[in-house]
Each structure stands twice: as structure tokens, then as C-alpha cells.
Design a protein around this ligand. Sequence first.
Ligand code: BES
Ligand code: MN
Ligand code: ZN
Length: 504
Amino acid sequence: MTALTLSTAGAATLRADALVVGVAKSGKALVVAPGAEAVDKAFDGRLAAVLETLGASGAEGEATKLPAPAGLKAPVVLAVGLGSAPEDGEPYDTETLRRAAGTASRALFGSKKAAFALPAGTAEEAGAVAEGALLGAYSFDVYKERATGKDAKKPLAEVALLGAKPRDKAHKAAAERALAVAEEINRARDLINTPPNDLTPAAFAALAQTAGKEHGLKVQVLDEKALAKGGYGGILGVGAGSENPPRLVKVAYTHPKAEKSLALVGKGITYDSGGISLKPAGHNETMKCDMSGAAAVFAAVVAAARLGLEVNVTAWLALAENMPSGSATRPGDVLRMYSGKTVEVLNTDAEGRLVLADALTRASEETPDAIVDVATLTGAMMLALGSRTFGIMANDDDFRTALHGIADEVGEQSWPMPLPADLRKGMDSPTADMANMGERMGGGLVAGLFLQEFVGEGITWAHLDIAGPAFHEGAPYGYTPKGGTGSSVRTLVRLAELTAAGEL
Ligand code: BES
Ligand code: MN
Ligand code: ZN
């Protein structure tokens, strides 16, 4: 894990393997961003000119390494692009800083210590730089023999923030928050990236128990026997085809002064083969990511505990493996859900809504002030919004709007989606109360409408379909690595903070 320090030393005096500075475009000229004044001075005020000679443009995502001049205690200067410089006196956008810091950490993979001289004058800026740097310093190499040896290259071991004020309360809090949030996002990424032969529902539940204990959380696990006794037909129906039985895990964080409570429900399909409605080759290679919702809500509740937020947060992990076998649920089977409703399973690949439905009903029994579920639920949401934006549906317009604003504030791309009532009739079943599939068109919204029916009367609820951004298949960029991303964790943590502050 990468360490974070706030340093009072100037850029010229701190010993490090590299010094990170920001460079931006200002009209046709390159400018060095605030925070790197001492570094520019060591270049006799010519850092922007030198970078220009090397072909730097200041574009976002750009990283230019150059040898440091005498007078600096680091051998290398790394300039990362910040795009267009803001108008005079305006601050840099925090997501721009987060991404630039992440780009720097990735460019410095294999180095030990980097000093970040990016804009960090305000607590918000310091927090964003710290978060980006720690998120960019992520790698998942436990399964790589060559990457785990003594001489193997490792992600950045230490991030030193320059320009932040270690004796300022707000700066210290921002740094502590950044460390907790980034470490929990990286925990979610590890869970997502762990192969499905190792991360079974029982293994996920065991990890939740261990980590939960460590952070003072109450963890309760319902195994297949308890699920049968409780009548959790949705979770059991999805898990029926697997040798690895399902689990429902409740992870509760409580604060003695809390006035509000949040329930976070996560889809935790540790592998989605599609079941008897088997996915074709080309559609199942990344389906270990189908527990990203459960990973996100678990990371968020642990982060809430680490930050000591004055709000009660309960995460519900609906864990199952969706496999075909002689014991698997068939298309045509009818399941009796935990709510008592019956569902005709027309397509066993629409399994996420079945496990979530049971968890939503169970979560509703505790009458939280709001429920948010997070799920890699539909390919249709990816068709609608692409692979970097999650969809937000809700039974309350204000709550949906608030979540969209929160996501924007923390630098996560999202978009509000409707729940059109006319799509409900497509899920009518001649045999059961409803079917688990409806019209193909608007498939993401159909899934949302299905879930809505399992939310307790009068409870504010939102559904985040993170099928697009949960797992990144392209080249890494900013602080986003290949594989699990930890999508939605920052939004959930901010939601918990605002709920604690009574601002929602
Ligand atoms: N886990 C998938 C959705 C998914 C697809 C997530 C691609 C991430 C990337 C989900 O269980 C699924 O298979 N959904 C079906 C529903 C359909 C059968 C109604 C889909 O979207 O095709
Ligand atoms: Mn599926
Ligand atoms: Zn799925």
C-alpha cells in the first residue's frame, strides 16, 4: 500500500525519486501550474520553455520526464498536462487534478517516492491530488510470479504532497479522507480483479468478515441453509446451478450520534456465465466483474467507518455464482422471492435483479431513510451511456438529481435515467406475478422497474447501473487502471457524508 505524507519541505529541499509538476496551456503558450514555483526557479524560470522544446503540449494525460537541474534534491522532474489553464484567479478543476496525479503515479511505476508539486493550496485541491496519486499507484499483481519477486517493480511506495498545509485542520482532514477513500477503492478493485475461482460467494463473505472486524463493523452472513430457512428464493434461484453456494452478507456501521440511516445494496454475482441462458464466447471473459456493486458498497461502508461519519450505513452484499448445471434454475421456472412475490425466470442471464430483489426487500425491513443499490445490471445501460458513465434511476426525482450532482462533485460520470411506467406491462407473466424480463428496448430501465417493486413502501430509493464503468478494458488513463475501477465508491461515500451532515 502506498503511504501518504503532507510535507512542509519546499520542492527544492525534499528528497524524492521524482518531483511532479503540472503544466497547462494558456492560449498558445505553456504555463507551469501553481505549486511548482520553486521547481521553475531551479530551471531559472525556463521550465515551460524547456518542456515546449521537448514537445510537451500541456494536454490532459500527457506525462513528460526530464532530468532535474542542480539545486533540486530529486533526480527527475515529471510534468503532467492539466489541459487549458483556468481563467486568472480561478482554481483548477478537482477531477483534472485527480486525473493528472493518477497519470503521474502510473508514469512513476517502479519508483519509490514521489513529491507532488501540483496545485494543492486549498484542502479540496490537496485532497484531489492525494486521491488521484493513491488511485494511480494501484496494481493487481498477486497472480503474477514475476511481479511478486524481490526485485520486481512495484507501484509508488510513497506520495509526498507539497504545498498542502499539514498543520491546517482542513488540509489534514482532506488528506486522511483521501487515504481512506483511495484505499477502500483499491480494496474494491482487488475484489473485482480476483478471479472467480478464488472469489466465490463464501470467500467474499469471509473477506467481508475479516475486514469488517478490523474496522469495527458488525458483519452477519446468511449461508445457503439460512437463506433457505428465510425464504430467499431469488438469491437461492440464481445460485442453484453452482457448486459454490450463495450468501447474503449484512455489514453494519453505526454511529452513536447518528440521526439518519442509509442502506447500500450491492449486486455480487462472483461470476455470471448467464446460467442455462448461457452467454456466448466474447461475452463472458470479464464476467468476474459482476460483483462490482457488492465490492463498491462494501468499500463505501468501510470508508464510512474509517471516517467516523455520524450516520448509520448498512451494506447488503447479495452474493451468488450464476452457473449452468443439472441443478440450475431453468428458463420457465418460477421462484418465490423473499418478498413473497413469484417471478417467472424467462432468462437466467437476467440474474442480477433476482438477487437484488431479495436484498432490497430485506434492507427495506429496517426502514432506512434511503436505499441505494449498485449493480453491473444491464448491457443496455452500456449501449445507452457508454463505458465510462453510470445510469441513475430512482423513485424520487430530487434524490436522483442529488445523486447526479454528488457524482459530478466527486468526479464520477453519471446520468439520470427515467423509470417509464409503460415498460412495466412487458414483465407481465401468464404464470407468475411477474417475469424477470420485459421489452428489449430500454432494457436498463426495465431492470430498474423490476427492482422498484421490491423496495419497501415509502422508502426513498435509487439504483446505479454501473455496467459500463465498473470494469475498464481499454488502456489505463488518469487514475483508472485496466480491470476493476471502484466505480461509485466516491459517490456513495459523499452521499454518506452529506447525509451525516443533514444536507440531504
Ligand atoms: N451482468 C450482466 C450485465 C453486464 C453486461 C454487465 C456487460 C457488464 C457488462 C447481466 O446479468 C446481464 O446479463 N444482463 C442481461 C439482461 C437481459 C438478459 C435481460 C443483458 O444486459 O443482456
Ligand atoms: Mn447476467
Ligand atoms: Zn449479471
